[in-house]
Design a protein around this ligand. Structure first.
Ligand code: ZN
Length: 226
């Protein structure tokens, strides 16, 4: 439940069916993973009963369960683009619908926090079995992790800093509703020339870095029944 080295995380693809979980969890255990990261949407779709079943299956292989993934930008719903364009990422002077958002706009942060209260609050309550400490991974859009905003206010920050500004706001909101929960941010600084670290921004006490991004377990990696 931190960034420590003995945690081996694998992200579950949202298309994996609940019926496959028995095989999946054994596959993950046999491949030395000990922590499953389940997309928020996946968890939101499950009933309370199905969540309990999923946690029981994970428990049978002593597999920890965490939530999230490349999901930070889901808190800024794309339909807002048509009337709140300023929430979105600027690129060469124009706001873009796709990839991440403008994290220095206070309105963006308002939406982000509202989403955390609503979505993460709901999921944290499901995990509230006393056994699991809620951990939420809030990473920027996959393979576009460095595509952030170049508006006049954001320009002062590197993409990694912009990312951390957003994650810190989510961490603040989460601390209000679930003080024992943690959020992770994706640290892409291994190639410092291309990805300068978020040196100017300190992560919150309830935020920790994940580095590098875990593998995503999809049908192409995991073969059902094997
Ligand atoms: Zn901006």
């Amino acid at each position: 439940m931190s960034g420590s080295d003995n945690i081996r995380r694998i992200v579950i693809d949202r298309k994996i069916k609940l019926a496959q979980w028995g095989h999946l969890v054994r596959w993950a255990a046999n491949n030395n993973y000990n922590t499953l990261v389940i997309p928020l949407e996946y968890l939101l779709r499950l009933t309370k009963k199905k969540t309990a079943r999923l946690l029981k299956i994970a428990d049978s292989e002593k597999m920890a369960v965490e939530a999230g993934g490349w999901e930070l930008s889901r808190f800024i719903p794309r339909h807002l683009y048509f009337f709140r364009r300023e929430l979105f990422r600027m690129d060469f002077g124009r706001r873009k619908l796709k990839f991440n958002f403008c994290p220095t706009n206070p309105k963006t942060i308002e939406y982000l926090k509202k989403g955390v209260f609503r979505l993460l609050g709901k999921i944290a309550a499901r995990f509230d079995s006393g056994r699991i400490l809620p951990v939420f991974h809030l990473w920027p859009d996959r393979s576009k992790e460095n595509v952030w905003c170049s508006c006049p206010a954001c320009r002062a920050f590197t993409p990694a800093e912009q990312n951390l500004i957003a994650v810190n706001s989510a961490a603040d909101a989460l601390a209000e509703i679930c003080p024992q929960a943690k959020v992770s941010w994706l640290d892409l600084s291994e190639n410092a020339a291309q990805n300068p670290p978020a040196a100017g921004i300190q992560p919150r006490h309830n935020a920790f870095a994940v580095k590098p991004a875990p593998l995503c377990l999809s049908e192409t990696v995991y073969k059902p029944g094997r």
